[in-house]
Every structure is written in C-alpha cells, then in structure tokens.
Design a protein around this ligand. Structure first.
Ligand code: NAP
Length: 542
C-alpha cells in the first residue's frame, strides 16, 4: 500500500502516454487489451505475474481445477478459437487452463502490449488534463485517458494475522501463491488451515503424499463430488456444432451456467421425489445441485432439505462417526460457495489424516514447530494456508486510487463498495472495473460475464470518443439506486445469511455488504438499456 506517494508522475521526466491502460492480464485483461487495440487505441496492459493468467497463474496448488465445466468456461468472442481449442477433461485443471490462456495471448498477439512483472502502485486522476497518472513499481510513470481495472475478484490472498507467524521454522504456503515448481510433501508432516474450495481440492492430493496431514477447520463446508472425467469426443463435437445455441441458452440462466434450473418448490413434492432429484444431481456432479428446486436459495425450510441430503452423504462416506459429526456443515447450503471435490470426505478415512475443529478451540498462535490452539500444540514441517482472499475489493484496495478532488477509492468504499453496475464508481471518471462489486461476477460463469463487461466498456469508450467528450463518470443518484438494488435483490435470497466472503465477512474489519449482483439475465438487460439510452446514469462531459 502506498499511501505516502507523491502525485503519481512527480519527478519523472519520461511519462509514457497511452489512450488506455489495462491493469491485469488474466482473462479479463487479455480480452480488454484485444478489444481496445482493435478500436485503434494505443493501449498497454500491466501485469504483476511473469505471464498471463491472473488467478490461474497464481493458484497452482495440487488439485486446482475449475468448478464450471470446460466447454462453458472459455471465451466465446472468437468462433475460430472456440472451435480449435480442445479441452481434455470435463473440469479443466489449472495447468490446462493456463495453457489455454497462453494460447490466447499468442493467437491474438497480445504479449507485445503487456508489461509483465509490473504492479500498479498508484493511479491519480488529473482533472485539468482529464487523464489518469499512474505510478508503477518499476519506477515508471504512465499517463492514460482511460484506465481499466482487470484486477480480479479473488486475487488478493488472505493470510490471517496469527501471532508468531514469523517464528515458524518449517515452510509456509498459501494456496493462492503456490510455488511454480510445485511442492513435494512426500514424508512430510503438514498442517493445513481452511476447508473452503481450495482446501477441498488440495487436501486429497496432499494427503496421498504426506506422512501426516492435520486439517484445521473453522467452518465445515458442503461439497458435491465433481465426477470429473475425460471429455467424450462425441459430446465435444455435438457442442461445437451448436456452440452458439449452447451459449445463448446459458445466457438465459440465472447464473449464466447450464444448471438445469428447476422452478418447482422443494416442499411441494413428496420426500421420495425430492430425494430422487437430489440423488440425480449428486450423481451428475455439478454446482447445479442447488438448482434442483426453485426455492433452495430463498426458503430456509427448502434449503434444509438440500443441506440434510448432503449431511446424510457425509455420514455415509466418513467411517468414524466422531469425525463425520465434525464434518457436518450447519449453515445454510449455498450461502457460502458450494464446493466440488474429488474424494474430499473419503480422505478423512485415511489413517494419516486428522481433523481439528478450531471453532471449538481457536488457533491462538503459530509456534516455531506448528500451531497452538486454546487446548493444545500441534507440530508439523509444512503449514498450508488455504485461507482464501480479500474478495472483490482487496486487489483495488492495495492500489492508491484517487479520483476527482483527490478522493481515495478506499475511503469512498470504507463502508462497502459503491459502484454503478459494478462497472464504474462515481467520482472516478474514465475508470472502469471488470467484474467489479455490484456485478454478477463471482455469482456467474466468470468467463462470459467478463466478456460482457469488456464488450460494454469497449462500446462505452467508443461512444465517448465519438462524442468528442473528455470524460464519462457515473452519477451519484444512479450509483445510489444501483447499490440499493443490489442489496435488495440479495435480501430476497438466503445469501446474506452466513459469514461468507461474498459479504466481506472473512476479513476482520471489512464492511459487511453483499457484493455480487444476483441474476445474470436482468443484469445484462440493464447494461444494454443503459447503453441504448446514451449511457443513462453517467455524466458525459466535453
Ligand atoms: P475460502 O472459501 O474463503 O475458504 C477459506 C477457508 O479458510 C475457510 O474454511 C475459512 O473458514 C478458513 N479460514 C480463514 N481464515 C481462518 C482463520 N484465521 N482460522 C481458521 N480458518 C480460517 O477460500 P478458498 O477456498 O480459496 O476459495 C475462495 C473462492 O475461490 C471459492 O469460494 C471459489 O469461488 C473460488 N475457488 C474456486 C475453485 C474452483 O473453481 N473449483 C477452487 C478454489 C477457489 P471460515 O469458513 O470459517 O471463514
């Protein structure tokens, strides 16, 4: 965090000037760069990693894999790309997704306009010139008319501030910053904190290597078997022959993914019918388990039927009843993100795995040899933090962003992020966020909704330029109305009912505001209407 920096360009003689800069070269940044370059703009992207990929560049932990099927988790802007790329598995692994990202970067010749190993420290808006002055960690200064933040929703790792962390004499890892060369846990004793998606994917593989693995669980998670498998060539051929229809159907779905949403209420059917539907979806292995009935994410009694079905599965899989009891989640299913696993619950049947409930006895310190809870000390050689992210706002908070009149974005968002459509924040002209808070983002299939944002931003910038305008800025009334709407929609569901990262509840001191917008089709419709009305809710100045 650079709070004491001089104005972003101070003392630098050679300020490089661009029409637009893009911060980040993950899926969002790559496509944004492609579109703005094709608009004829002089664009530069800056990326902290040494290669493209964003979340898929950093999250290299064992078992890292997407939880949206690969035929859907891919770009659709290029029909040729869509046809030529061959996914090998139903759910793609991190290495395969990273190969895809690199293929895209090469295929569209994007690397020449990306500066890797470079972080943005500060971005200050200069009202006199209507330009953004940017300061990079390389010492370089850059100026741009438009600034697009493609900094990711889950890119700022959360490392809990446990006293004594520096004293640990073993090796520590965070799933979100995994060593590129991989880690061999063979014969090692390992402690792992967390039981969210990253933990659930990595635990079965770490347990296969480690001499002993101790898992520290604060909240038990619900997980569905992924039933991953190689992709059948006939299935792939069928989708590729009708890819446009396939994508169009997904755009009509609440989360932008084909979850076979059933609108029937869970309690309107007999117990047998309900259990059969849950069983079919458990066997299918998709996050669409929660789409089994129309009211699972709306009505607590309906939700409890789905929750209890999963608990029953856990009791059946885990052999030791005491361990099974600890693994039974109690919160509303789905209000923390549902997980997909390969052998997660089965791993607790291994003799070399133990489970410690830190909800009952919180971790108080890291010691030189391991962890200390209120009850006892635990020793191991390696400590893995699978403790998640400062989601949606964390990456932006780390940059000293100052808009009109020097207002800091971090200050403006202190009581929770305020955006118009998750695309812009009033008082920060010509600055756009891809998958920003207030957009479906993490409650959607990220790839399509990233493309929707990039297309919208590209059209918006083209419009501003065609008008001969100087700047575009969200208006405060439009933003206030949108923030209120996002919140109202969230509260018609069960989502705000547990301490999730959607609410910022995983980060001590972070404001508790439900951040993503729920509902892809109405959101896309709203964005289209805003554009069709000459960017209603934005002020465009000449
Ligand atoms: P996460 O869901 O936030 O899980 C973090 C875990 O660490 C939770 O179990 C949390 O417990 C625990 N934790 C955090 N601080 C702790 C502390 N001080 N003491 C004890 N436990 C602590 O993070 P994640 O697993 O990295 O996943 C984040 C999101 O990334 C997912 O929800 C998903 O959207 C995405 N993701 C997706 C995939 C996939 O596509 N398959 C894989 C990985 C991640 P509490 O629950 O009690 O806070």
């Amino acid at each position: 965090m650079v709070s004491e920096v001089e104005p972003a360009n101070a003392g630098v003689n050679n300020v490089r000037e661009y029409d637009a800069v893009v911060i980040g070269a993950g899926f969002a940044g790559l496509y944004m760069l492609h579109r703005l370059r094709n608009l004829g703009l002089k664009v530069r992207a800056f990326e902290a990693g040494s290669g493209p990929g964003g979340t898929w560049y950093w999250n290299r932990y064992p078992g890292a894999r997407c939880d949206v099927v690969s035929m859907e988790y891919s770009y659709q802007f290029s029909s040729e790309l869509q046809q030529e790329w061959e996914w090998s598995e139903r759910y793609a692994t991190q290495p395969e997704i990273l190969r895809y990202v690199n293929h895209v970067a090469d295929r569209f010749d994007l690397r020449r306009d990306i500066q890797f190993n470079t972080k943005l420290l500060a971005a200050h808006y200069d009202e006199a010139s209507s330009r953004w002055d940017l300061q990079l960690n390389s010492g370089e200064a850059v100026s741009a008319r438009f600034c697009v933040m493609a900094t990711g929703c889950l890119s700022s790792a959360n490392l809990p501030r446990i006293p004594g962390l520096e004293s640990f004499t073993g090796v520590t890892y965070h799933t979100g910053h995994w060593p590129h060369e991989g880690v061999d846990f063979t014969d090692k004793t390992v402690g792992l904190i967390g039981t969210g998606s990253s933990a659930i994917q990595s635990i079965p593989l770490i347990a296969q290597q480690a001499r002993h693995l101790t898992i520290f669980q604060r909240t038990a998670s619900y997980s569905i078997p992924a039933r991953n498998a190689p992709l059948e060539p006939t299935f792939v051929r069928e989708i590729k022959q009708h890819y446009d229809e396939y994508r169009a159907n997904n755009w009509r779905q609440p989360f932008g993914v084909d979850f076979r949403q059933n609108e029937t209420p869970a309690l309107k059917v007999s117990d047998e019918v309900r259990t059969a539907e849950y069983e079919a979806r458990w066997q299918e292995g998709k996050l669409g388990f929660l789409a089994a009935f129309g009211d699972i994410l709306i009505d607590k009694s309906a939700n409890e039927t789905a929750a209890e079905f999963i608990r029953e599965k856990i009791r059946a899989i885990v052999q030791d009843p005491g361990v099974a009891a600890k693994l039974l989640p109690r919160q509303i299913v789905g209000c923390k993100r549902l997980c997909l696993d390969t052998g997660y619950y089965e791993t607790f049947n291994r003799a070399n795995v133990s489970l410690v409930e830190v909800s009952a006895s919180p971790i108080t310190a890291v010691t030189p040899l391991g962890l200390r809870s209120e009850e006892q000390d635990y020793e191991f050689e390696c400590l893995v933090f699978a403790t998640g992210f400062d989601a949606m706002t964390g990456a932006l908070d780390k940059i000293d962003i100052r808009g009109s009149a020097g207002q800091r974005l971090k200050d403006k968002w202190a009581a929770g992020p305020r955006t118009y459509l998750g695309l812009a924040s009033a008082g920060f002209p010509n600055l756009f966020t891809i998958s920003g808070p207030g957009s479906p983002s993490v409650l959607s299939n990220m790839l399509p909704t990233i493309e929707q944002h990039v297309n919208w931003i590209t059209d918006c910038i083209a419009y501003v330029l065609a008008q001969g305008a100087r700047e575009i800025d969200a208006t405060v009334p439009a933003e206030d109305e949108w923030v209120e709407h996002v919140n109202q929609v969230a509260h018609t569901t069960l989502y705000p009912n547990c301490s999730s990262w959607y609410l910022g509840a995983n980060i001590p001191g972070k404001a508790r505001i439900f951040m993503p917008y729920i509902g892809v089709p109405p959101y896309v419709e709203k964005c289209s209407q805003v554009a069709a009305k000459g960017y209603a809710g934005f002020a465009i100045s000449r």
